[in-house]
Design a protein around this ligand. Structure first.
Ligand SMILES: [Zn+2]
Length: 283
């Protein structure tokens, strides 16, 4: 048995014809018994999920790392599509930092006309989408299922709180860091993990872009070098880079990015196009 990481969206707030917004799927086990945890719900997430033959009803839970718009922009699509495409009531569990409940309440409020239309039109839709929100900060995330999920605070200020998640399943462990600079909370979460999925920006490029709005992003993201240092410091097995700023052309192997990371980390560095997947075998 294993954990499978699928980079559903490797993009960022910058729209790209090739890269969906930030979203990563962590799947535990195989076939109909598999559990599927969606970390963040960026632009186009359900299109990419369809690319691996899954839909919103297949998700075991959604876990949000933080409430930046690029990480949650398609949460409304996940909520609505799960509601409409599941043929029996299938409550959606959404885990996220403090503030998530208010965001979900506002999304549901914005969907009020749609919810009304569909309930009127479909006799078997008896009520609005069923959503269970669990706000977390540190420690074990109490969910049913066979995966132990732990969360810890990361550092993405002024986005506060922000959290990372660790998934442990039958001897395999994967951390999804989200957006963060190197920090003690992430180090703790990563200790001895088999893989770390980390969002990165190329600071060596962005610092030379003559736009203050871009330069502003330097102080709350990690570079490939910093993500690699976090992985090395915590004894991580495989480093998986995602959220490429600036966008890497589709089909590129990201050699330069890998080299920057590999100068600080001896293990394998994985990156690629949307739907790139990495299998982490269990013990
Ligand atoms: Zn962010």
């Amino acid at each position: 048995m294993s954990l499978t990481i699928t980079l559903l969206g490797t993009g960022s707030p910058i729209p790209s014809p090739d890269r969906a917004g930030p979203a990563t799927l962590i799947s535990a086990g195989e076939g109909a018994e598999a559990e599927h945890y969606l970390v963040d719900t960026g632009r186009g997430v359900l299109m990419r999920l369809a690319g691996v033959m899954l839909g919103a009803p297949n998700l075991t839970a959604v876990l949000l790392t933080h409430l930046h718009s690029d990480h949650i922009t398609d949460l409304n699509d996940v909520i609505t599509t799960r509601w409409v495409m599941a043929f029996e009531p299938t409550p959606l569990t959404i885990v996220g930092p403090v503030g998530t409940r208010a965001v979900v309440d506002h999304i549901l409020a914005s969907l009020e006309p749609d919810i009304g239309y569909r309930i009127t039109h479909h006799a078997d839709l008896e009520g609005p989408p069923q959503v269970k929100v669990i706000e977390v900060s540190e420690g074990i995330v109490e969910l049913p299922g066979n995966v132990t999920i732990t969360c810890g605070l990361t550092e993405h200020k002024p986005v506060d709180p922000s959290i990372g998640y660790r998934f442990d399943f039958e001897g395999a462990s994967v951390v999804a860091a989200g957006d963060t600079i190197p920090c003690a909370g992430l180090d703790t979460l990563c200790r001895g993990a088999d893989a770390l999925v980390h969002t990165v920006i190329r600071k060596d490029i962005i610092e030379n872009v003559p736009m203050q709005r871009m330069k502003d992003t330097l102080n709350y993201h990690s570079s490939p070098e910093e993500a690699a240092q976090t992985a090395a410091r915590s004894g991580v097995g495989t480093l998986v880079l995602t959220h490429y700023v600036p966008p890497i052309p589709a089909g590129s192997d990201g050699a330069e990015w890998r080299e920057l990371a590999s100068a600080h980390f001896e293990g394998p560095v994985e990156m690629g196009d949307d739907l790139h997947s990495v299998e982490i075998p269990g013990a």
